[in-house]
Design a protein around this ligand. Structure first.
Ligand SMILES: [Fe+2]
Ligand SMILES: [Fe+2]
Length: 163
């Protein structure tokens, strides 16, 4: 059962991302999906932090993870501002959060892909912000976007640390 997601959305993370990528402006339901995807971003970064042994790298990855959850909370605020209502489900009820073991998987190639997707994430958020008529909501989207770029910068620091 995927009761935590609005109907009509894929319960696969990559498909959900691709679908949102086709949106010029986010609907309230899109924002619910995006919030759930941000939480999945946290799960990824926390699993990545666990899979590296360098303490500074762990710290950078964990911080990204915490901010991804922060992005989800900002989206809840945006939904509220637009008159909608949404609460984050437990991770076990979030179809985009899957148990992850990233031991032995974290290398420069993967991290470079992540860095690029953070950059793309920022661009995406800015497009959605430009299309948003509620100024407070637009601001939230811009803030999330700017932090995605910072995540990418942290990820490239991790690449250096793991060299
Ligand atoms: Fe994010
Ligand atoms: Fe991010």
């Amino acid at each position: 059962m995927t009761s935590s997601i609005p109907s009509g959305y894929p319960d696969d993370q990559i498909e959900a991302f691709s679908l949102l990528g086709t949106r010029e402006k986010l609907s309230i339901d899109d924002m619910k999906i995006l919030a759930l995807l941000e939480v999945a971003g946290e799960a990824f970064y926390l699993a990545a932090a666990q899979a590296v042994s360098n303490a500074d790298a762990k710290d950078l990855l964990r911080r990204n993870g915490q901010e991804e959850r922060g992005h989800a909370h900002r989206l809840l605020k945006a939904i509220d501002l637009l008159g909608g209502e949404f609460k984050l489900p437990d991770d076990t009820d979030n179809p985009y959060v899957q148990p992850m073991d990233l031991n032995g998987v974290i290398n420069a190639d993967l991290l470079n892909i992540i860095q690029q997707s953070e950059k793309d994430g920022d661009m995406q958020y800015q497009v959605w912000a430009d299309a948003e008529s509620n100024e407070q909501v637009a601001k939230i989207l811009r803030q999330n976007g700017a932090e995605e770029t910072r995540h990418g910068e942290r990820v490239s620091q991790v690449v250096d640390l793991l060299r």
